[in-house]
Write a protein that binds this ligand. Structure first.
Ligand code: ZN
Length: 331
């Protein structure tokens, strides 16, 4: 289902079936209603989100973000069949989703509104999926759909096969709004890894609030180009430049990957091979920031490392080659 041919067939079907006329003339809802598996659903959502330079997105309002967080919170507590807040109900849908391959059920929140009927959702909110019967407190996150090609279906397959708690997908290409430039040449408003004004970041914050002091990890799946960090295939960090210490989760993940994929060249933060440590990533900043009462400069305990940032060359994004290592690292 993840290959090009069958995927296009699924997409074509879903577009036809999903065009349910709503209020305004020409307005449609893009619900991906015919997607049978999580991979097909995520591919469908990706293919109807604002692409590179496609439009100037309107950032979510404070009211919309608060409402979205309340929905995320309810989903994390296992609810799925409730009415959406008024500020969101014209724009998004929440529904149970049964994966036809695994037979398992999930709760899906996704943007559906396409008021001008161009086949692309209007706001770039993205999607959030919860497995209420999860066995691992992991959040698989895709901040750069389309741009980091293949990470969408890679991450959702790892989410599914490792029975993790949540999957989070940004709602637009990182350069969907190129008019507003920010740090590192990326758009402030549509680059979910570098803008707090996204539903992606609001969801991340709500997930962190849900767990509080309890252990959990956010694994963010990225893709780098072939000519970046040429001496490694995969690079792991916590969103900081410092080297991980023994017993650290990214050292464990590296060792398990090496065991299963002995030919892979795997870098970690602190080495000289690659500097893509995600240090400007705001989801990483959020989890790495000091908890209340922590004092800078003193003999304080190091901050927890809940954020796992994975960079990969194009040939290393096959989920099947990651699943065993993720299972072993988070047994
Ligand atoms: Zn990326």
């Amino acid at each position: 289902m993840r290959c090009g041919g069958s995927f296009l067939l699924v997409l074509g079907t879903s577009v036809v079936l999903a065009m349910v006329p709503t209020r305004a003339t020409g307005a449609v809802e893009l619900t991906c209603a015919s997607s049978a598996t999580l991979e097909a659903l995520v591919s469908c959502i990706r293919d109807q989100m604002p692409g590179r330079g496609s439009r100037s997105l309107v950032a979510p309002s404070f009211l919309e973000m608060s409402a979205w967080r309340s929905v995320v919170s309810a989903m994390l507590r296992g609810d799925c069949g409730f009415a959406l807040p008024y500020s969101l109900s014209p724009l998004v849908r929440i529904r149970p989703f049964r994966d036809a391959e695994s037979g398992r059920s999930y709760c899906v929140l996704l943007e559906t509104a396409d008021w001008n009927g161009d086949g692309i959702v209007d706001r770039g909110f993205g999607a959030f999926i919860v497995d209420a019967g999860a066995e691992r407190e992991l959040s698989h996150q895709v901040a750069h759909p389309i741009a980091d090609a293949g990470t969408e279906t890679q991450a959702v397959t790892v989410f599914k096969e490792t029975r993790s708690r949540t999957f989070l997908l940004a709602g637009a290409h990182r350069d969907a709004s190129p008019g507003v430039s920010g740090f590192y040449g990326s758009s402030v408003s549509s680059d979910a890894a570098h803008s707090a004004a996204t539903m992606f970041h609001a969801t991340h914050v709500e997930i962190a609030a849900y767990y509080g002091e309890k252990p959990w990890w956010a694994i963010q799946w990225h893709g780098m180009s072939e000519d970046t960090c040429e001496v490694v295939d995969v690079h792991l960090s916590h969103g900081v430049d410092t080297s991980p210490t023994a017993g650290d989760k990214i050292m464990e993940l590296r060792d398990h990957l090496r065991a299963h994929e002995p030919t892979w060249r795997i870098g970690v933060a602190g080495g000289r091979e690659c500097a893509l440590n995600g240090t400007s990533n705001i989801q990483g900043h959020y989890l790495n920031s000091a908890p209340t009462g922590w004092t800078y400069g003193g003999a304080a305990a190091p901050p927890s490392r809940r954020f796992v940032h994975i960079e990969q060359h194009p040939g290393f994004r096959d989920p099947e080659r990651w699943i065993a290592a993720v299972l072993a690292t988070w047994p």
